[in-house]
Ligand binder design. Structure first.
Ligand SMILES: O=P(O)(O)OC[C@H]1O[C@H](OP(=O)(O)OP(=O)(O)O)[C@H](O)[C@@H]1O
Ligand SMILES: Nc1ncnc2[nH]cnc12
Length: 181
């Protein structure tokens, strides 16, 4: 069940910046959360509650996915694995290419940090189109592990990321949902 007080606290804390970084984008700035340690603790407790007993490792997506993902993994007492943008990790690593609105991108993970058969939580701060998260899920599956859960602080409902993630047999949790249009 969603935590109404936490949703309210986040609504009052996350800032909306219109037309950043491009005209038409409503940018959700999460940085004020870090000015409030109690709110940060509440976010971690809520995310950990969703995943407790259900995953063997947490994969966080660079860079904002690290800000909460590591603390969630510590709270769950499971490993945390970094998914990085291409070119930052030393070998051996495994990568997945994916399409952006214009052009393409690639994400990578050190080989062997997740194990075949493990149940994985993929965590990021925000779900927009779901392109980044879909690529992260492919990276996990490429190594023989199972994506069991996705969690986010924010879901931008109008961009239909959640629908895109339905191809994976996994639970999706967003603490706070925005309708932008
Ligand atoms: O659902 P999508 O359309 O793929 O978009 C969501 C992604 O975009 C943002 O990351 P960004 O690439 O801006 O990097 P950052 O976390 O380093 O700021 C956000 O943190 C997600 O990772
Ligand atoms: N609207 C948005 N606000 C913050 N981060 C984002 N990443 C993708 N879309 C975003």
């Amino acid at each position: 069940m969603k935590n109404a007080q936490l949703i309210l606290d986040l609504e009052n804390t996350i800032e909306n910046i219109p037309d950043f970084p491009k005209p038409g984008i409503q940018f959700k700035d999460i940085t004020p959360i870090f000015l409030n340690p109690k709110l940060y603790e509440d976010v971690i407790a809520d995310l950990a509650n969703f995943s407790r007993g259900k995953v063997d490792a947490v994969c966080g997506i660079e860079s904002r996915g690290y800000l909460f993902g590591i603390a969630v993994a510590v709270a769950l007492e499971v490993p945390f694995v970094l998914i990085r943008k291409a070119g930052k990790l030393p070998p051996p690593f495994v990568g997945v290419k994916y399409d952006l609105e214009y052009g393409s991108a690639e994400i990578e993970m050190r080989t062997g940090q997740i194990k075949p058969g493990q149940r994985i939580l993929i965590h990021d701060d925000l779900l927009a189109t779901g392109g980044t998260t879909e690529a992260a899920a492919r990276l996990v599956e490429k190594q023989g592990a199972t994506v069991s859960q996705f969690s986010f602080l924010i879901g931008l409902q109008d961009l239909h990321g959640e629908e895109r993630l339905r191809q994976f047999d996994a639970d999706v949790y967003t603490i706070l949902d925005y309708k932008t249009f």
